[in-house]
Design a protein around this ligand. Sequence first.
Ligand SMILES: [Zn+2]
Length: 301
Amino acid sequence: MILRSDPAKIAENFHCLGPAPVPSFLLDGERPVMFEAGIYLYGQHYYDQLVHILGERRPEYLLLTHVHFDHCGAAGYLKRMMPGLAIGTSIEGSEIVKKQSAIDLITRLNRFGKDDVPAFEPFTVDRVLEDGDEIRVSPGLTVRVIRTPGHTRDMTTYYIPELKAMIPSESVGVPGRDDYIMSEFLIDYDVYMNSLRRLAEYEVDILLISHGVYYTGPDARAYIPRSIDATGRFREWVERLLREYDGDHEAVLRAIKRDEYDVLEGEKQPEPAYLLNLKAKIGAVQRRMTAKMVGCGLNGA
Ligand SMILES: [Zn+2]
């Protein structure tokens, strides 16, 4: 079902488009900027709300944090609806979206189990973004690019200094049940932690997390340090289970899924995507353990 609720206002000129679990964001100004392209299913929803806010005007950029299926799903659709829109992301992201295997995966995950529905429109990247790049929205309103790999290689965070607003996507964890934060280091634990520590140095009043709520004020400021703690605890948990199950990744996968995913209620990440990510995280912890053992000379190699 496509929701038709009014877009939510985050701040003056800053809006959340689409449903909170898979949102897109719009920063209005002389040259409006859109962030994130959610899933294909909500393409028209994002577009309609955008038109409702901008009238005849259109955004100059669509900035993607990374090209996972639920962050770039509607990018091609939005580009088709707004041919003047420039899609911006990292060099790695620009390469990934050219690959047929990536297009196939993004399409499959955007189908949500339905075979015969349009589920993705491939796109190309118009502007490659580097760490430190700045995009001017209006005089006194800019978007700063912070490269934050670790969740994926192509990960990018956007920061709006004038609003102290940050769009880190899964560079910070995803809120789970109660106070739990799901850490998201799919590629490399230490690289992810370094990115988190970098983000912790920014002043944040508005923190837009991609899958659900956003935080303001003290909650926003507390979230990144909490994510750092949660990531460390999750790594220790996986290490403990890997030892307990003698390196059996499948057994570790089942144990974590039971306590982390099965307990979640309501709308949640599709299970295939969750399992794919969890597998990657267990692999990342395993590689780190093995590297440390080699480093200590314990591996006999
Ligand atoms: Zn992701």
